[in-house]
Design a protein around this ligand. Structure first.
Ligand SMILES: [Zn+2]
Length: 404
């Protein structure tokens, strides 16, 4: 980018910053839990139309897509942010109302502001300002607000069947550094059956808890795949459910959910193969019990009425540190933000895995701090959102110039 252009870009951000923050506040004030993104989708669509995107549409699954047409000479770029957010929990524990979108101490507060209505507003405005000013990047630029990321990434997976960009940028939190990959997430369920009896005569039954207790202890000793860059695989028992509601009955079945974070190269089959012998040994220890493992699936329904049984699997991915998209993205951001930009690995999973599986090289750039995600009292520094918008603007203008 020329020095004159850089100055232009900075002044475009200055001029539209207040409007972008006000839009972000409206987004926070519009709750959008997975499967309930309709109102936010309408808000996002209307804002894209007002800003002058060349085309704006909502697909069958409820994803909103805005297109800024390029000059036809470059590769296409997608900025991807999700519309949904996790539950705010108890509103009384929040310092400010979770759906308030209030500004205090130089930060914008509310459920989803970091994950990821802040980044979404910044990317939507960055590209929207180009549309408004009639500035067309080399290739087409898409901004996608996708549904149901928090429950496995159904929205992005479906979107990619209709729109496949040449490269993508995911807006998950990087504190305005650049991310190039993450571990995956595979949700496994260990289902154990025993024999249900009155809790006063436990010796006549087979208690499935005895098996799962052994399994939980055994997991701690499981040799997990190590990886220098990604920090190794990890496993955490999370949900624990039984087929009983009465506390004086030994349940017939108990189910333990395992949240497995896999490094690139470790597949769901590999994960199941590591747990299977352990489960078999635990079942062997408790006579009369039976156990099996399965990948957890969710029956999802979009706000548009589409349904799908979706495996709770986020693929892992990693672009090489010297991948051209990583080098270019870093260079563009360093020049736009006038500071060094670190290349990082996300600790959590994103829709980037789905994009990479569809053959789309993907980097991450998100104006939010990872420590704020899914927390009570989620917030983002206003300055970070401003820099984020500047970063997105620079990326939107430059990434189309890379080799396809
Ligand atoms: Zn997110």
């Amino acid at each position: 980018m020329s020095a004159a252009m850089e100055k232009d870009v900075v002044s475009l951000v200055e001029t539209h910053y207040d409007q972008m923050i006000a839009f972000c506040q409206r987004c926070i004030q519009t709750p959008s839990l997975p499967g309930e993104e309709e109102d936010l989708a309408a808000l996002v669509k209307a804002e894209m139309e007002t800003l002058g995107y060349d085309e704006v549409w909502v697909d069958d699954w409820g994803n909103v897509v805005g297109l800024l047409r390029g000059r036809g000479s470059g590769r296409s770029v997608m900025f991807n942010g999700h519309l949904d957010h996790v539950d705010p929990g108890n509103a009384d524990e929040w310092p400010y109302p979770p759906y308030g979108g209030e500004i205090h101490d130089g930060r914008l507060w509310g459920r989803g502001v970091a994950d990821m209505k802040g980044p979404l507003a910044a990317m939507l405005y960055a590209v929207g300002v180009l549309a408004k000013e009639g500035m067309h990047p080399p290739g087409d630029v898409y901004v996608a607000g996708v549904v149901q990321e928090e429950v496995g990434g159904l929205g992005t997976q479906k979107l990619l069947q209709m729109v496949t960009p040449d490269v993508a940028v995911i807006g998950e939190a990087t504190s305005n550094q650049l991310a190039r990959g993450h571990r995956g997430r595979i949700e496994v369920v260990a289902r154990v059956r025993g024999k249900s009896v009155h809790a006063s005569v436990p010796e006549q039954g087979v208690n499935p808890h005895a098996v799962l207790a052994r399994l939980i202890q055994g997991l701690e000793k499981l040799p997990l795949t190590q990886d220098e860059t990604f920090g190794g695989s990890s496993v955490a028992p999370t949900l624990y459910l039984t087929d009983q509601k009465s506390s004086n009955v030994i349940p017939g079945e108990a189910r333990l959910h395992l949240d497995w974070r896999n490094v690139p190269g470790e597949t769901a089959e590999d994960v199941l193969a590591q747990i299977q012998p352990l489960l078999e040994a635990c079942v062997e220890d408790v006579k009369g019990s039976h156990g099996e493992l399965e990948l957890h699936t969710r029956d999802l329904r979009t706000y548009t009425g589409c349904t799908e049984t979706f495996p709770a699997v986020f693929p892992s991915y990693g672009l090489e540190a010297n991948h051209p998209l990583v080098s270019q993205g870093r260079q563009v951001l360093e020049s736009a933000l006038s500071r060094p930009v670190e290349v990082v690995i996300w600790r959590f999973a994103t829709d980037g895995g789905h994009l990479m599986e569809a053959g789309v090289p993907t980097i991450g750039f998100g104006p939010a701090e990872a420590k704020e995600l899914h927390t009570v009292g989620e917030s983002v520094p206003l300055e970070m959102l401003k820099d984020g918008m500047l970063g997105y603007l620079a990326l939107a203008l430059a990434l189309g110039e890379g080799d396809t």
